[in-house]
Design a protein around this ligand. Sequence first.
Ligand SMILES: [Zn+2]
Length: 270
Amino acid sequence: MEPSSDAYVAGDGPAGKPRRGRSPAHLRAARRVAGLIWPQRSLITHRELPGPGPLEPELWSKLNFVTGALCRCCGLPFEIDVEPDQLCGACLVRQPAYDRARAALIYGDVSRDLVLGLKYQGRRDGLVTLAGWMTSAGSELLAEADLITPVPLHYFRLIRRGFNQSGWLAAALSRTSGVRLSVDALKRVRSTPIQGNLSADARRRNVQGAFRVRRGRVKLVKGKRVVLVDDVLTTGATAEACARALRKAGAACVDVITLARVAGPRAPPI
Ligand SMILES: [Zn+2]
């Protein structure tokens, strides 16, 4: 794997915040040096980029950031202007098991490539940028949070893949936000088939009871406001199964922050 160019891309995107403890001059100098040694490469095509930013301009312009009025619970963006603090139709019919969910991006062709690069190619060099976007999208949740923890992989899948991309995102989000990280508070106790094109109900059945808080982490979780981190929120079934496990262990609140979320029926396949 090539050397990380995180220092060079820190502060790109809507979060736009330099890392804590570094002066802007220090950061600019570090970026110049890092840029000379490790030229910035596109997070998707891996081509060398001529200017700042994590993607080619034509791909960047196709990223769809979540903005505007959102469902106060699941974070689904409304297509029309609505009064603040409204719920979407789905949350009105059925309250999710988590408290609030927020995502940086709408899941589309370009954000899908970002997720796949992270998940299957182990591209860590964009983590600071991606975490910056997630920090911006979930700022309200992070301001109240005590603990960040990722959606875990089953042990066998972790061994096969070698890493948990949600764990990487959670660690980067913890560094960016300053909220404490527990990388292993949750355990996947049952291996579940890939959710693929399953319906929402089938996904819920698929992950029902698949997670629990590790015995040694119950004290850590009890009474805490927990932020659960994952790469994509699809139907929310996995996030809900994790939220139930965290609540069972005594978590006071479970919010969810993801890099991307599905919004609407025309999302590309996960
Ligand atoms: Zn909603």
